[in-house]
Design a protein around this ligand. Structure first.
Ligand code: ADP
Ligand code: MG
Length: 694
């Protein structure tokens, strides 16, 4: 490996390259634009495009692409070459116009009815805050994607809008708290990514994995994760080689992959990057997921990003570590040396508490997918209920501050005596509550409900917007008050009174918590469609409209897309199951019966006195499962045939209430048959082979 500092970012048009290559004036202009969010003028764009092209050509690049993140949750790109005819030959050209604006023919991306197909014009606009990079001899330009009339058609536009709103309100709040020197606040994110690696040749033999990314059948292997021997275990050489190459490819493109380790389930792993500005982290996570999948192939493996690729062992999630940093370099969720008297910090915690409590449904929606429904609440991931873990010590600090303790000399002495609690507090914090969906971890919050395959843009959009809203309210109050500290304490007090119910330090996986949460009036949106219904509630429409994130029309379109994607995903799974049963599993069951028949006939040939009891018994069981399979498959096929043609919501509910139960039933019969079918007749790799094959 070459020198890592040299390798890092070597394929990124980053600040260093910009500073070195751009004319000084242009560089300054670009920095200004990035800082202020003003639009780029055509002359500046032309200069930047030219320099970018020259830099790309130096790296052997021939094409460029506007890289964007449509509502599919994955990225999209269309490569254009720099080639332009000149005389009898060509020259390599790239204009400012091509840099800042693209017009992909985007009629086939989900738009939830926003963009009628007859005016299938989508525009991509350069996001100069996320640096361009090189991959596959192509210059990747991060862009946002919107319709002819300016409605967001992607996941990045709202994310950028939310960062803008948060910046505005957080700066107001800080000013009101007397932080005169802060002019910008940025949300930072580090997204830990879980994934599975399985052998490629086995993957290819499973139609369910190929069509849906997860297994739809499969009896549990004799050994799962019960010994906890995979978690943080020694990494196998093939996986090690893969991780090493993945790290290097990510580093080249400026993604600071930092930690790699084995996860709980066999064949499960995790990658954690160093945190960065949210939109860059979102781009980085998309790139990470793509490279993970691509490089796995190169190493003879397949990377599964599905939330629940295997029943019976842990699924994969993504942990969204989130904080706020000022342009003066302060982490607003870091309490410093005297957190008990750091009112700004305590109010920040209060703001997040309020935001999470008031907008529980929105946060839940951002992690609601057909895939994640198999994971949330399955005792391996947080339940479908939002709550916040602060830890008891910090919760006490918050309460004391709210009561005004620490403001009088006597109380201060008492608090000073409690300050030694702080080392204790740190201990608490690092001894994480792993069952909490939204945990404070010392200097950041960790939102743990995200599914492994999803974009981190939606959760961060909601988090930023909700916190912006609350900080705005705090700012209003503080600005109007004569006594800042007293007002801050009242805000803390009100927050604890009104939103204290969101705090929960106990076991989030337990049954009691479900009941307790209900008593507290917290939402428990068990399935994705239940959650989607809340998206267009008045309160949510008002929040997004107020901060310029989504119009009501944009929200409705997103709701449509949510329902539609959910229904389609389950429909594909159901159709895959029916195909596998008809063409692979039932034939295997019948072959097993034939073998048993042959065995009993052979016995009779040897001696009519030999008992055929075993064959009879086994044959009866196999035949029963075959009957159940055919019956179950027919039910599923009929349900698929009768799939409703109503609204997207109706389709989603039908998929959830009719298809999923039938799929579960069918699976049970197939998994039971698998356990009695001779290994050589079973038509696909088993869980044991998939999970222990690498
Ligand atoms: P763990 O003990 O869970 O590994 P770490 O402190 O190493 O916790 O961080 C986990 C993730 O949180 C990493 O991706 C890290 O970059 C990220 N992180 C750390 N500090 C911040 C912050 N201030 N803002 C956002 N993410 C952060
Ligand atoms: Mg974590």
């Amino acid at each position: 490996m070459s020198n890592i500092p040299e390798l890092f970012g070597s394929l990124v048009f980053n600040d260093t390259v910009q500073q070195k290559r751009l004319p000084h004036d242009t560089y300054r202009r670009l920095r200004q634009i990035v800082a202020s969010g003003e639009p780029l003028t055509p002359d500046v764009a032309d200069v930047i495009a030219n320099v970018m092209k020259a830099w790309a050509l130096d790296h052997g690049v021939t094409h460029f692409t506007h890289w964007f993140q449509p509502m599919t949750g994955i990225t999209a790109e269309k490569h254009d070459s720099f080639l332009t005819p000149a005389g009898d030959g060509v020259i390599m050209e790239f204009s400012g116009r091509e840099l800042i604006k693209g017009e992909p023919d985007a009629s086939s991306f989900p738009s939830g009815g926003l963009r009628a197909t007859f005016e299938a014009r989508g525009y991509t606009a350069w996001d100069p805050t996320s640096p361009a990079f090189i991959k596959d001899d192509c210059l990747y330009i991060p862009t946002a994607f919107c319709s002819y009339t300016g409605e967001a058609l992607d996941k990045k536009t709202p994310l950028l809008r939310s960062m803008h709103a948060l910046n505005r309100e957080a700066v107001r709040f800080l000013r009101a708290m007397g932080w005169a020197d802060v002019t910008a606040v940025t949300p930072t994110v580090g997204a830990e990514q879980e994934y599975f690696l399985i052998p490629k040749e086995l993957y290819e033999q499973r139609r369910d994995l190929r069509y849906t990314g997860r297994t739809l059948f499969g009896a549990m292997a004799p050994k799962g994760q019960e010994l906890d021997d995979h978690y943080f275990g020694t990494i196998k050489p093939r996986v090690m080689a893969y991780m090493k190459e993945l790290d290097e490819e990510l580093w080249r493109r400026g993604v600071m992959a930092k930690t790699e380790h084995n996860e709980v389930a066999p064949a499960q792993h995790e990658l954690a990057p160093f945190f960065t500005t949210t939109n860059i982290a979102a781009d980085g996570n998309q790139l990470t997921m793509e490279l993970m999948q691509r490089l796995a192939q190169k190493h003879g493996m397949v990377c599964l990003l599905a939330e629940k690729p295997f029943a019976g062992v842990n699924g994969s999630g993504k942990h969204n570590n989130w904080s706020l940093v000022t342009d003066t370099g302060r982490n607003l969720l870091d309490g410093g040396s005297d957190p008990a008297n750091n009112l700004t910090y305590l109010l920040m915690l209060a703001a997040v508490m309020t935001a999470v409590d008031e907008y529980q449904a929105l946060l839940r929606i951002t992690v609601a997918t057909a895939g994640n429904d198999h994971r949330l609440g399955a005792s391996e991931a947080p339940p479908a209920i939002l709550s916040i873990f602060l830890g008891e010590a910090l919760q006490n600090t918050l309460m004391q501050a709210a009561c005004g303790e620490g403001s009088t000399a006597a109380a201060r002495r008492e608090l000073e005596m409690r300050v030694p609690v702080m080392p204790h507090l740190r201990q608490d914090d690092s001894d994480r509550n792993r069952t909490s969906p939204f945990a404070f971890t010392g200097n950041k919050f960790e939102f743990r409900m995200l599914g492994s395959s999803q974009s981190i843009s939606d959760p961060n959009t909601v988090l930023n917007t909700a916190v912006a809203e609350v900080l705005g309210r705090f700012a209003d109050r503080l600005e109007q008050s004569g006594d800042r500290d007293a007002e801050a304490r009242s805000l803390l007090q009100e927050t604890l009174e009104q939103h204290g119910r969101i705090l929960f330090n106990g076991d989030g996986y337990s049954e009691e918590w479900q009941r307790e949460a209900e008593r507290r009036g917290l939402l428990n949106l068990r399935t994705a469609p239940e959650a989607f219904a809340h998206l267009t509630e008045e309160k949510n429409v008002a929040l997004f409209a107020k901060h310029g994130i989504f119009t009501a029309a944009e929200l409705e379109s997103r709701q449509e897309i949510h329902y539609e994607t959910y229904a389609k995903c389950i429909r594909i799974e159901a159709a895959t199951m029916a195909e596998m049963v008809r063409r692979q599993i039932l034939p295997a069951g019948q072959a097993a019966l034939r073998e048993l028949g042959q065995t009993s006939r052979a016995k009779q040939e040897i001696s009519p006195l030999l008992s055929c009891k075993a064959e009879e018994l086994l044959g009866t069981q196999v035949a029963n499962y075959n009957d159940m399979l055919l019956a179950g498959c027919t039910v599923l096929e009929n349900l698929l045939r009768d799939f409703p043609s109503g609204t997207e919501e109706q389709k989603a509910l039908y998929a959830r209430d009719r298809l999923l139960p039938a799929m579960n039933e069918l699976r049970q019969a197939a998994d039971a048959l698998e356990q009695m079918c001779p290994a050589h007749l079973w038509p696909m790799p088993t869980y044991g082979e998939l999970l222990y094959g690498v």
